[in-house]
Ligand binder design. Structure first.
Ligand SMILES: [Zn+2]
Length: 470
């Protein structure tokens, strides 16, 4: 059996992975708070842990891996988004608007991540489906002295857990100095964090022993992972921005609520994403969502390929240059593997992935395999190896034009083509010529056939230039 080695944040070492139960390998990854479209950085952990999920399934068997990724569907940001919509005159109660927003966002998230070739986890629990479990866990923490109720809130007593800070290697005092801890009169200590807080009548709330309220973010993951994976499980993943305070708090809650268990054995954290060497931020104007890229006609597979070119524990830089190169490589690889049935993956690719997910090394090896793949057997091994990384899969489609662009862009192209044929019929040649030149400038290749106009996107396709033709 392939040996998997993973860098464990908890021990700061690369360790041989030994599942608690190899018949039931269990992984939990913190999922999104569903109030808006996922930005490109949000997609990185999804792709990283999708590769790990595929690798675990390959090694232990598809039916022996359980992967849980939650949706946080109760949160102040969701409430604020819905409140803003209500104030802008949207119909419906605040509760309806909140539900609408979370449903809509979950739908977007799943389709955007599917476009990146990410498999759906085995379980995708929503926090609002686990409120009784959260209340039960909080009651236990109060009983054992690790939490206290005050003014409708319940707080976790951080000083009651000796090992607090061990994951990120900080002392409580250092954390107080560095963190933006909220000072509140009902807190015994500024480090104590919220397990439960009161809700106003309009906001989502549930009855509890401490009055009507809603859970804090951290307790959600502790309660859902306990319910679905038990008191001890194998892997916990997430972005390294979640290490403190979220993961420290998860550990404190879970280990105090279930001291007989070990919570997560291996902690994996991916590094952040940058855009052209800079941090992605709205103020720098380089902020974009996965959907934005898909709409521009960037295939999800290209995004995935660029991500996998950098090891997950290094900052990953998204650049236009990489995007273009990835597109060219994948076009070649898709042509090479067309009509090929996947065989067994290449041993070296498997070994590289099993070495703390060395996806960059595996891609280098894929290049070599593609270069030397002269017969069917070699092509079959190449394809299976790429598919192990979630590349060249059937789910990602055949790169035909309609699959490459989002529905909105496809609709725009169709509308412009209709516009052009009407201009021709009306002998408005200046409009027809302007559209023809505009298509060329936008990198859209249009062929007139007896059945009508057909189109495909050239390598420099730019949807924004099409917008200007409307
Ligand atoms: Zn979490």
């Amino acid at each position: 059996m392939t040996e998997i080695w993973l860098h464990n944040t908890r021990t700061r070492k690369k360790e041989r992975f030994a599942p608690i139960d190899r018949e039931n390998v269990r992984m939990y990854v913190c999922g999104p708070t569903v109030y808006d479209r996922a930005h490109l950085g949000n997609a990185r952990p999804v792709v990283v842990f999708d590769v790990l999920y595929r690798l675990l399934r390959h090694v232990y068997g598809a039916d022996h891996v359980r992967y849980v990724r939650n949706f946080t569907d109760v949160d102040d940001k969701i409430n604020a988004t819905a409140l803003a919509r209500k104030e802008a005159g949207a119909d419906g109660s605040l509760e309806d608007l909140i539900r609408e927003r979370t449903e809509e966002t979950i739908g977007w998230y799943l389709s955007d991540m599917a476009a990146l070739g990410a498999m759906e986890p085995t379980d995708m629990p929503r926090a609002t489906g686990f409120i009784p479990q959260m209340i039960e866990m909080i009651e236990g923490l109060i009983e054992s002295g690790h939490a206290y109720a005050a003014e409708g809130h319940v707080l976790f007593r951080v000083r009651s857990y000796q090992a607090y800070g061990a994951l990120s290697g900080r002392s409580v005092d250092d954390m107080i100095a560095g963190a933006r801890v909220e000072v509140a009169p009902y807190k015994e200590d500024p480090m104590d964090f919220v397990l439960w807080k009161p809700s106003t009548d309009e906001l989502p709330g549930w009855d509890s022993p401490w009055g009507r309220g809603r859970p804090g973010w951290h307790i959600e993951c502790s309660a859902m992972s306990y319910d679905l994976l038990g008191e001890s499980f194998d892997i916990h993943g997430g972005g390294n921005d979640l290490m403190f305070p979220h993961h420290e708090n998860e550990i404190a809650q879970s280990c105090c609520a279930h001291p007989e268990g070990g919570f997560a054995k291996v902690w994996l954290h991916n590094e952040m994403l940058q855009i052209e060497g800079k941090k992605m931020s709205k103020s720098l104007g380089n902020f974009f969502t996965v959907h934005d890229l898909l709409e521009q006609g960037v295939p999800g597979e290209v995004i995935r390929f660029v991500f996998l070119g950098t090891h997950y524990r290094r900052p990953m830089d998204w650049t236009e240059k990489k995007r273009g190169e990835a597109e060219a490589v994948l076009r070649d690889w898709r042509a090479l593997s067309e009509g090929v049935a996947p065989g067994a993956p290449d041993v070296e690719v498997l070994t590289l992935l099993a070495d703390d997910l060395n996806t960059a090394g595996a891609i280098t090896r894929l290049h070599a395999l593609a270069k030397s793949a002269s017969d069917e057997a070699a092509k079959a091994a190449f394809l299976a190896s790429a598919q192990l990384m979630g590349l060249l899969t059937d789910e990602l489609g055949g790169w035909d034009a309609a699959a490459e662009v989002g529905d909105d862009v496809a609709a725009l192209i169709e509308a412009l083509l209709t516009d052009r044929s009407e201009a021709r019929k009306a002998k408005d040649f200046s409009r027809a010529d302007a559209l023809r030149d505009g298509f060329a400038a936008a990198g859209l290749i249009v062929k007139d056939t007896p059945q009508g106009a057909e189109w495909e996107m050239g390598p420099d396709f730019d949807a924004a230039k099409l917008e200007a033709l409307k």
